[in-house]
Design a protein around this ligand. Structure first.
Ligand code: ADP
Ligand code: AMP
Length: 225
């Protein structure tokens, strides 16, 4: 059975979660977000959530050993046997090496959703999430029909504690120093597709899908490097 592992890389707020929901449906792969897994642990009051909390609140990466155990437990589950779509993992070279050791000969498909730092603060500060279903909104770019209420399930919307102007600076520093080096890491292996994340979400989706399934000639989307 061939296995398909897709990795979405990109700065915080680049649109990974927004795209992962649609890509997961289109590719029929489970969407695994380590940020969502940590938030579920926080909400559930687990020991892991307690250990991750201060790092997350300050915008720092959670130590690799905590992330790896949680992620490998998740991908060992039955629904991941045909593959999975990773959103927010790996975020360090050590995480990428651990994943590589686990995948063996399987080379993941890597898509880098690119958004300049100058756009990130507005994306992050305006983000609102549904408490019930996790749907992602933006006060300006993807506003819910009724203020504070999820379009999908009518759940209450909230602002993540780390989605502030102050914390976003640390998150971007962490991204550039620890996560961006993954681009060179994966370029040396299977390659990385670059997608312009400043486009409308529908266009970003098409470009991501094209680069995962193989670029359509002349489409201009999903350039493989
Ligand atoms: P990430 O998972 O990479 O942190 P999200 O998918 O949560 O990013 O998106 C961050 C914010 O930007 C959300 O409020 C989302 O609604 C908004 N957003 C996502 N994609 C776009 C886009 N292409 N254009 C404008 N805003 C977007
Ligand atoms: P995200 O939802 O992807 O924006 O992640 C929110 C926070 O969870 C990050 O700022 C980190 O503190 C933590 N986190 C999520 N995924 C990882 C990871 N792969 N490695 C380290 N920390 C992570």
């Amino acid at each position: 059975m061939s296995k398909n592992v897709v990795i979405l890389v990109g700065a915080p707020g680049a649109g990974k979660g927004t795209q992962a929901v649609r890509l997961s449906q289109a590719l029929e792969l489970p969407h695994i977000s380590t940020g969502d897994l940590f938030r579920a642990n926080l909400a559930g009051g687990t020991a892991l959530g307690d250990r991750a909390r201060s790092f997350m609140d300050q915008g720092e990466l959670v130590p690799d050993e905590l992330v790896l155990e949680m992620l490998f437990d998740r991908v060992a589950q039955e629904d991941c046997q045909k593959g999975y779509l990773l959103d927010g993992f790996p975020r360090t070279i050590a995480q990428a090496e651990a994943l590589e050791a686990r995948l063996g000969d399987l080379v993941p498909t890597v898509v880098d959703i690119q958004v300049p730092d100058s756009d990130i603060e507005q994306r992050i500060v305006g983000r609102r999430m549904c408490k019930e279903c996790g749907a992602i909104f933006h006060l300006t770019f993807n506003a819910p029909a009724a203020e504070g209420t999820c379009d999908t399930c009518s759940g209450a919307l909230y602002q993540r504690k780390d989605d502030t102007k102050e914390v976003v600076r640390t998150r971007l520093e962490e991204y550039h120093s620890k996560t961006a080096p993954l681009i060179a890491f994966y370029t040396e292996r299977g390659g990385v597709s670059e997608v312009d994340g400043r486009q409308q979400p529908d266009l970003v989706f098409e470009a991501c899908l094209a680069s995962i399934q193989g670029p359509i000639q002349g489409s201009g989307h999903g350039v493989s490097i």
